[in-house]
Design a protein around this ligand. Structure first.
Ligand SMILES: Nc1ncnc2c1ncn2[C@@H]1O[C@H](COP(=O)(O)OP(=O)(O)OP(=O)(O)O)[C@@H](O)[C@H]1O
Ligand SMILES: O=C(O)[C@H](O)COP(=O)(O)O
Length: 394
């Protein structure tokens, strides 16, 4: 990476404004998945060991510029204290005199967590005044929030113009892994794209077709491709206005010599529920009033074989409605093939695919699970991430 990291600067005694992505799922005030908190620990620990005063900032949810009690970061401070095994103070604001007072009391190695930065309307507007107010708290800016790096906000981009600005260790690792995969991939290189909608994955599919050897399509978006081949898809997800685009991707794959894999069989259901009647049918036999909610066993085997022959696999988006156990088998088969294939470097592109891998208890078998959902998607689309661009060059 050509951006400076925490390893490139002196941190002793410095007040460090460290942007992390603690946007974790919560239910009834409890954190239900702490992956993102754990992922930030190496940077926080490094900063404290170097004798920095660590001021952590994050968003949580989308409070839209107002205080929303359930979106306070207080539970995160509690869990962080346990994980770091040290007292983490929590501020009730994210800037201003009350926060300055707390910072002035900090000793080297102390950790303070600011309140949700999205309680202020200026955050998402990248208001220069708010960015300045954040910067006034610190001597150095560290961005470790890969998951929010696609947002040009006051705490992810604006502040970097006011302080020496470097990446954290998580940010560096995410950019290294995803960057290497896309710029210098080991081959055969396979991308697996699933999820709900073609429209969300246009940029990713287009960009990856320039790089991969195999492109595997699954999930709800597959049926627009299936339809483009003249098959009926019944009540399955279909974006009628994207059929021509789907066809153009298949054509592009042919021109580029990319092997393009679509489902050869599917699991159809008479209802969108776990208790629906279901059956496996060939791809050209989807009944008119049924919907395809998962790839079928033959497809799962076909995809697993492609995975096993690949040196590098990037996976974004589930193969079916994996949240319902009846339609989780296809996604599970892909996850298991990745887990079992020792010679394959597996990169999970965050979001639902990461949740699926967690659900099947295979997370520790993957080479890299990105903490970014939207951010990893935009990276795979080849877009520049504003939170990264703003950091100081090496
Ligand atoms: N055949 C299908 N029919 C309907 N929905 C499906 C089908 N296959 C998968 N899905 C649904 O798609 C959703 C995931 O789609 P989405 O595009 O948001 O995923 P994603 O690519 O992992 O997103 P991100 O990584 O950006 O969070 C899941 O909730 C899943 O149930
Ligand atoms: O969960 C995410 O993908 C990041 O934390 C960014 O959140 P956002 O989509 O609300 O900006």
């Amino acid at each position: 990476m050509n951006k400076k990291s925490v390893k490139d600067i002196d941190l002793k005694g410095k007040r460090v404004f460290c942007r992390v992505d603690f946007n974790v799922p919560m239910k009834d005030g409890q954190i239900t998945d702490e992956t993102r908190i754990r992922a930030a620990l190496p940077t926080i620990q490094y900063l404290t060991e170097q004798g920095a005063k660590v001021i952590l900032a994050s968003h949580l949810g989308r409070p839209k510029g107002a205080v929303v009690e359930e979106m306070r970061l207080t539970p995160v401070a509690g869990r962080l204290s346990e994980l770091l095994n040290k007292d983490v103070k929590k501020a009730d604001e994210a800037y201003g005199d009350s926060v300055k007072a707390l910072v002035s009391e900090m000793a080297e190695g102390d950790v303070l967590l600011l309140e949700n930065v999205r309680f202020y309307a200026g955050e998402e507007k990248n208001d220069p005044e708010l960015a300045k107010a954040f910067a006034e708290l610190a001597d150095v800016y560290v961005n470790d929030a890969f998951g929010a790096a696609h947002r040009a906000h006051a705490s992810t981009e604006g502040i970097a113009h006011h302080l020496p600005a470097v990446s954290g260790l998580l940010m560096e690792k995410e950019l290294d892994v995803l960057g290497k995969a896309l710029s210098n991939p080991e081959r055969p290189f396979t991308a697996i794209i699933g999820g709900a909608k073609v429209k969300d994955k246009i940029g990713v599919i287009d960009n990856l077709l320039d790089k991969v050897d195999n492109l595997i399509i699954g999930g709800g978006l597959a049926y627009t491709f299936v339809k483009s081949q003249g098959h009926e898809v019944g009540k399955s997800l279909l974006e009628a206005d994207k059929i021509d685009l789907a066809l153009s991707f298949i054509k592009k794959a042919e021109e580029k010599g990319v092997k393009f894999y679509m489902p050869v069989d599917v699991i159809v259901a008479d209802d969108f529920s776990d208790s629906a009647n279901k059956k496996a049918v060939a791809i050209n036999e989807i009944p008119a009033d049924w919907e395809a909610l998962d790839i079928g066993p033959k497809t799962a085997e076909l995809y697993s074989n492609v995975i096993k022959e690949s040196k590098l696999v990037i996976w974004n988006g589930p193969m079916g409605v994996f949240e319902l156990d009846s339609f989780a088998n296809g996604t599970k088969a892909v996850a298991e093939a990745l887990a079992a294939s020792e010679g394959t470097y597996s990169v999970i592109g965050g979001g639902d695919s990461a949740a699926a891998v967690e659900k099947f208890n295979l997370a520790d078998k993957m080479s890299h699970i990105s903490t970014g959902g939207g951010a990893s998607l935009e990276f795979m689309e080849g877009k520049v991430l504003p939170g990264v661009v703003a950091l100081n060059d090496k």
